[in-house]
Design a protein around this ligand. Sequence first.
Ligand code: NAD
Length: 275
Amino acid sequence: MSADSLFRLDGKVCVVTGSLGLLGREHLRALGGQGAKLVVTDRDHDACVAFARELEGMGLEALAHGADVTNKADVERLEQAILAKLGRIDVLVNNAALDEKVEAKAGPELLEASKFENLSVETFRRALDVNVTGVFLASQVLGRSMVARKRGSIVNVASTYGLVAPDQSLYRDKEGRQMFYKSAAYPTTKGAVVQLTRYLASYWGPLGIRVNALCPGGVSNGQNEDFVVRYSAKTPLGRLANREDYHGAVVYLASDASAYMTGAMLVVDGGFTAC
Ligand SMILES: NC(=O)c1ccc[n+]([C@@H]2O[C@H](COP(=O)([O-])OP(=O)(O)OC[C@H]3O[C@@H](n4cnc5c(N)ncnc54)[C@H](O)[C@@H]3O)[C@@H](O)[C@H]2O)c1
């Protein structure tokens, strides 16, 4: 097989949870570009349909089906819809997650609420539910047809914050005032995703199902200038990621190009965690 054809996904059914977010749309465009049949899934069914039409307008094949990854019955309906229309599942990208965006309005209330001492248990539990239980449920339900066929690739989207703790000085303004604290919820969940990835890689490896994690760094998305300057200075490549910067990594993990890789973390972060 030539190196180029190793990355092809012709006819492979690829599901991306959280399809409608900043990166979910990019993962779909990247996988579709290699010939995959795409499954667009997020909470809002009608918005999934609209995005699937957009992908079809680009010459890609896309099925839309809304589902909440924290709801097992919903994920089972998603599985049934995929199997009825496309007959199989080859790749699952567990991408849906909740995160506090830096571009969210900062202010004294946010600063107080974001302190560890004040973080609400509801916020913490909700993050665990979507970011961890959602990965558990989607893998359990959508993984069973992979188990039956004894092949498949699962890509869990973790984060640099699954590997290192947030440097809270990134979230200060020019004068050095803390704008807010990155909460304990997100890094905790992403650390759990890394460990669930290892668990499933070990558990399903004998069946030929590969499970890896992609650990992206921060993506440029209209964040305030203070943050961009501080983040860039802390990153050897000197910038935030562009939203297209993960295309290669997602295709690599989904495809046979990574056939001998499982239980691994692919860190694509401009060097953020190297120093
Ligand atoms: N954007 C970044 O800077 C960055 C950096 C590192 C890692 N990541 C990770 O990449 C992934 C995508 O991030 P993003 O920036 O595109 O996030 P985003 O917030 O733009 O998109 C997340 C998507 O998940 C969906 N979602 C949330 N809860 C859901 C649920 N219960 N069921 C189904 N869908 C649900 C949302 O509707 C949204 O469309 C996440 O796992 C995130 O943690 C992002």
